[in-house]
Design a protein around this ligand. Structure first.
Ligand code: SAM
Length: 163
């Protein structure tokens, strides 16, 4: 069940430190069709609407080369989330689970991640499908999807020498 900022039966909030945003730099803005959390998808789907990731100056040149990847990983700051719940009730039925066992937007550092299908990049804007955030959600990072990279082989005997 989608939440606004309410506390549900059984949930536990803690006196969280005041947010400082940890020195992160918002490098763009994500433009989506959704203006209410109640209507935003819980997880993005690659058959969802095309959304625009607008990268701010001076970061536009950092997009160069990303067009070679069909899937991109998008990291964003779920800026309207409360950040003080350690236990949450996803079904709002009085039963609760720890925050780190959930993909809820409510977390001490409200970072959202999605793997999105890249449609194209034009004039500093990446057009993607597969997001689940409100319009004007701040962008933290963009990178090629991790599943497009071959894992590095485990170390073999003799690869390292100590001393
Ligand atoms: N896909 C990401 C993940 O797994 O890390 C986010 C998943 S989270 C369940 C998606 C929900 O966060 C949306 O359905 C909406 O209710 C909420 N949401 C989206 N954008 C938000 C924002 N900017 N601030 C606060 N909540 C937001």
């Amino acid at each position: 069940m989608v939440r606004e900022n309410e506390i549900r039966s059984g949930e536990v909030a803690v006196p969280a430190p005041p947010p400082t945003d940890a020195g992160l730099v918002f490098i763009g803005s994500i433009r989506t069709p959704w203006t209410s959390r109640l209507e935003t998808p819980r997880q993005g789907r690659t058959d969802g609407p095309v959304c625009r990731i607008e990268v701010f100056d001076p970061w536009v040149d950092a997009l160069d080369g990303l067009e070679a990847f069909e899937r991109v990983e998008v990291l964003y700051w779920l800026h309207l989330s409360r950040r003080d719940l350690v236990r949450q009730s996803p079904r709002n039925d009085g039963t609760t689970r720890g925050t780190f066992s959930l993909r809820s937007p409510v977390r001490p550092n409200p970072i959202g991640t999605s793997i999105a299908a890249l449609d194209r990049i034009e004039d500093g804007i990446a057009y993607v499908r597969g997001l689940d955030c409100l319009d004007a959600t701040p962008l933290l990072d963009l990178k090629p999807a991790r599943d497009l990279f071959t894992p590095i082989a485990p170390p073999q005997p003799g690869d390292f020498q100590i001393g």
